[in-house]
Design a protein around this ligand. Structure first.
Ligand SMILES: Cc1cc2nc3c(=O)[nH]c(=O)nc-3n(C[C@H](O)[C@H](O)[C@H](O)COP(=O)(O)O)c2cc1C
Ligand code: SF4
Ligand code: SF4
Length: 306
């Protein structure tokens, strides 16, 4: 038994070197697949793991004596690396400063983002947690302003053909299936969005990707936890911010390219491999303007239940 993803349908293989094992039990404690047990003072394989080793690597990463190795599901002992010293990690103040200074940037200087920075952003985003390893997140990189413009133009051409999705008869028809909130969102947000995207694009203004010099589209797969691409995109966004770049998340594209033959054709043109429940674009570039102030935000609710 193994949990399937688009990348693998096998469980990872665990090897134990009993000579090296000192029986500390740490690997057993951290393995929530319950793959490991202590037997005669040494770690050994459990007879009934929950799913079969998912290849999270926790056991290898915690073992003080290098006695356990996991291979498979895109993991091997080669993936282990020495942790950077704790003192080098950003503390709360540094992180909070990064969060406070971030504003959604939609006006970019006409300056490309270097391939070195693109690489760094992706390296950081790969460190994001995922529902289950190996990550089933896919990334489309549009690395120039021109590519971003073409993508947005094609997207708007596609929307022109999909106007029926926001037509009166369709919204009325869907109302009982969608419920009140969805109907209101389509009427008050999606419909005007269709109009402004397409009308402005016809006039040569790109309000979809704002002609940013870099866009990254994070999307999942039919197997992925729907939150995975969003978590990875958020990590990438803050990585870009830490490199002195400005960013803006764009949620308007993903849900509109999921359903139907025309959406499939659009996805195929850009090498988007899968439909997925969630997906998110981030636009990245050098900000045109410098903001003077931050803006405080609130949550809809925070309940300390007791
Ligand atoms: C999930 C998500 C989707 C978003 N989609 C868009 C979008 O399609 N277009 C856009 O211009 N901004 C988009 N934004 C940016 C928001 O409008 C912005 O975060 C919000 O107005 C608050 O401003 P701030 O980010 O500067 O604090 C999105 C943000 C998030 C988190
Ligand atoms: S890789 Fe993860 S699931 Fe597999 S044995 Fe180690 S801790 Fe358990
Ligand atoms: S963490 Fe390493 S040394 Fe400790 S029980 Fe597991 S395999 Fe043995």
């Amino acid at each position: 038994m193994a949990i399937p993803t688009t990348r693998t349908n096998e469980q990872a293989r665990i090897s134990i070197d009993s000579e090296k094992c000192i029986g500390c039990g740490k690997c057993i404690d951290v393995c929530k697949d319950l793959s490991l047990v202590l037997k005669d003072g040494k770690v050994s394989l459990a007879s009934e793991p929950v799913f079969g080793c998912i290849g999270c690597g926790h056991c290898m990463a915690i073992c003080p004596s290098g006695a356990i190795e996991v291979n498979g599901r895109y993991l091997s002992p080669k993936d282990l690396f020495e942790l950077p010293p704790k003192e080098q990690a950003a503390g709360y103040e540094e992180l909070q400063t990064l969060y406070q200074r971030r504003r959604s940037i939609r006006e970019f200087r006409d300056e490309p983002v270097s391939s070195e920075k693109i690489k760094k952003i992706l390296e950081a985003a790969k460190m994001a947690p995922m529902g289950l390893p190996p990550s089933d997140v896919n990334v489309l990189v549009l690395g120039t302003k021109e590519k971003n413009h073409l993508f947005a133009k094609d997207f708007c051409d596609y929307l022109e053909q999909m106007q029926w999705m926001v037509s009166g008869w369709f919204l009325a028809f869907m109302r009982p299936f969608w419920g009140k909130a969805n109907a209101a969102v389509f009427r008050n947000f999606v419909k005007p969005l269709f109009r402004v995207y397409t009308e402005k694009m016809r006039q040569g203004t790109n309000l979809v990707t704002y002609d940013a010099p870099l866009a990254m589209y994070f999307y999942g797969s039919p197997y992925a936890d729907p939150a995975d691409p969003v978590v990875a995109a958020t990590t990438a966004m803050y990585a870009a911010e830490s490199l002195g770049l400005g960013t803006c998340m764009v949620g308007g594209v993903h849900p509109l390219i999921q359903h139907g033959g025309k959406a499939k054709k659009f996805r195929e043109k850009y090498g988007i491999k899968f439909k997925s429940r969630e997906g998110l674009f981030i636009l990245i570039g050098h900000p045109q303007w410098t903001y003077k102030k931050g803006v405080k935000r609130t949550f809809a609710s925070v309940v300390n239940w007791n």
